[in-house]
Design a protein around this ligand. Structure first.
Ligand SMILES: CC1(C)[C@H]2CC[C@]1(C)[C@H](OC(=O)c1ccc(O)cc1)C2
Length: 228
């Protein structure tokens, strides 16, 4: 790993750790009662907070702010769902303080979300947990997801691809260094990104089903996911 790559990892890890969901939001997960309505409101708060965290984290990705402004928006809108699932999977799989995991799972199960969406989502959380990713790997993998060139409406495809390739090379080296006994580890991480795209599709259906049941989203969530 070169000096520049080490600096890149440090910058991304610092940003990743600096921007986390505020304590008061995660504390609420434990306190509020369990009605479907209350659960949905809590998940709305978690999702809104995660999008805010995502925007702040993305601004700290070296090179991101020098991309075309409209492309920055297109990347954020295109990657928000995947970055959210990645982040929540890491939170859920990282042994949260006792009981938090069950509580969040319980609230997700009782939030009016359809069953068929639950299974793939919890399978994804399990598959992320089994990887035992280091903090650096989590932060770089999230960065790679955000810097996906083939999101809708991205104009300078090559500029985004160059940034993503830099990150992919850093992650590849990290995996070799941190998981020497698992030569396929890097490939397994990239395989998770494919699974994330499936969740992205399910998520759109989840939003529609919540919408038809007259659930209200926050303005930020409506904006990032083009929901009326
Ligand atoms: C853990 C999750 C990633 C999983 C279940 C809650 C999440 C934060 C996310 O919720 C929403 O997208 C969402 C969208 C709109 C809304 O009003 C509430 C939640 C899907």
């Amino acid at each position: 790993i070169t000096k520049e790559q080490r600096a890149l990892i440090k910058a991304i890890l610092d940003a990743y750790n600096r921007h986390q969901i505020p304590q008061d939001v995660t504390k609420k997960l434990l306190q509020e009662q369990y009605s479907a309505e209350e659960n949905f409101l809590l998940l709305t708060e978690v999702a809104t907070s995660q999008v805010q965290v995502l925007v702040e984290f993305t601004k700290n990705i070296p090179g991101f702010l020098s991309l075309d402004r409209e492309d920055q928006i297109a990347l954020l809108k295109g990657s928000a769902v995947e970055a959210m699932f990645l982040r929540s999977a890491q939170v859920l799989s990282k042994k949260m303080p006792s009981g938090h995991i069950e509580v969040l799972e319980e609230r997700i199960r009782k939030s009016g979300m359809s069953e068929e969406f639950m299974t793939p989502m919890f399978n994804f959380y399990k598959s992320i947990g089994e990887l035992h990713m280091t903090q650096e790997e989590q932060a770089i993998l999230t960065t790679i997801t955000i810097l996906t060139p083939d999101r809708p409406y991205v104009k300078s495809h090559e500029a985004v691809e160059r940034l993503q390739e830099t990150m992919l090379e850093v992650l590849r080296k990290l995996c070799v260094l941190q998981h020497p006994q698992e030569p396929q580890y890097f490939a397994r991480l990239l395989g998770r990104l494919t699974e994330l795209r499936t969740l992205h599709h399910y998520h759109a259906e989840m939003l529609t089903s919540w919408k038809t049941n007259d659930h209200k989203f926050t303005p930020l969530l409506c904006e990032i996911w083009d929901v009326q």
